[in-house]
Design a protein around this ligand. Structure first.
Ligand SMILES: Cc1ncc(C[n+]2csc(CCOP(=O)(O)OP(=O)(O)O)c2C)c(N)n1
Ligand code: SF4
Ligand SMILES: [Mg+2]
Length: 293
């Protein structure tokens, strides 16, 4: 029986070349959705024919933040909890030709970083965000997050969560993003398509990925394995078009999947550079650069 060490370079999966193989296997728990998100992201990058040299990946702190960093072999900013969009905004402004991609958790993006999310979407800056929504703060042991379903038991809501979850994708759509969709780790083919679309679409793109945390969340939710969650995602998902026909109260235990919005509004960095150029011309300074003085 061959061991993984016996596998020659030629036999290795071709997508492994996108990963830092020297630190594999990943630190994700068995059955964690982070592995699926990493796999679908690599597939999307490969299908687009993108070189990792054309990308900057930005992330925060949490299990999901390990998807881009350290595993994906590209330039990566592993920033502070809640701040990936602030860092990503700076990167995109200074390196507008690069694909700037944020992959991080629900706590990071919708909790502590919620304000950055709303205003990045409002500005419609050309950044793609993949928010891994595992319904809890996985890395720190399973605390309630802003996206935890109502009624769920978590380590900080042992008597069940009484707060309704934030509809993050709908919020981002309302704030002005050019592309928003939601899928789950069960819908891998649709997820790859959505990631490809989000990466290529100009303006702010947001894909909410409902994902499983069988360890920190699952221990109190009664779903202990990855497949328990996948069955749940399969049985509770409903397409956007169908959901729009139903009253809101019938959607309480449903996961609405599909494209939520698509528009072609102007993007932020283009406008910023245009304003700078006009101003530079007026001031007679070198094109594209306006000094703060
Ligand atoms: C400013 C700050 N507050 C809190 C923490 C502790 N902390 C680290 S990860 C994390 C939650 C991560 O949850 P999420 O972003 O949903 O990622 P997940 O682990 O679930 O993938 C928290 C609260 C921190 N590192 N920095
Ligand atoms: S704690 Fe949860 S989110 Fe973190 S690696 Fe384990 S299963 Fe995944
Ligand atoms: Mg989380």
């Amino acid at each position: 029986m061959p061991t993984p060490d016996d596998v020659t370079g030629e036999q290795k999966h071709s997508l492994l070349r996108y990963l830092r193989q020297e630190i594999l296997p990943t630190a994700f728990c068995s059955g964690c959705g982070c592995g699926t998100v990493l796999r679908t992201f690599v597939q999307a990058v490969d299908e687009l024919g993108l070189s990792p040299e054309e990308m900057v990946l930005v992330t925060g702190i949490g299990c999901s933040s390990w998807i881009p960093s350290p595993y994906f072999k590209a330039d990566t900013l592993h920033t502070t909890h809640g701040r990936p969009l602030a860092f990503a905004t700076g990167v995109k402004i200074m390196l507008p030709h690069m694909k700037v991609i944020v992959i991080a958790g629900d706590g990071d993006i919708a909790g502590i970083g919620g304000n950055h999310l709303i205003h990045s979407a409002r500005r419609n800056i050309d950044i793609s965000v993949f928010m891994v929504n595992n319904w809890n703060y996985g890395m720190t042991g399973g605390q309630v997050s802003p996206t935890t379903p109502m009624g769920a038991r978590t380590t900080t809501t042992p008597y069940r969560n009484i707060e309704p979850p934030l509809k993050t994708a709908e919020l981002v759509a309302a704030a002005g993003a050019n592309y928003v969709s939601r899928w789950t780790t069960y819908h891998v083919f649709s997820l790859v398509k959505a990631m490809k679309y989000a990466i290529t679409k100009k303006g702010f793109s947001f894909v909410e990925i409902i994902s499983q945390c069988p360890v920190s969340y699952g221990k109190l939710a009664g779903m202990r394995t990855g497949s328990d969650f996948l069955r749940h995602f399969r049985d509770h998902s409903i397409r956007v078009a169908k959901a729009r026909e139903l009253p809101e109260k019938e959607l309480r235990d449903k996961i609405v999947v599909g494209k939520i919005v698509e528009r072609d509004e102007d993007e932020f960095v283009d406008k910023l550079y245009r304003v700078n150029e006009i101003q530079a011309e007026k001031l007679g300074v070198k094109k594209g650069r306006v000094s703060a003085e």
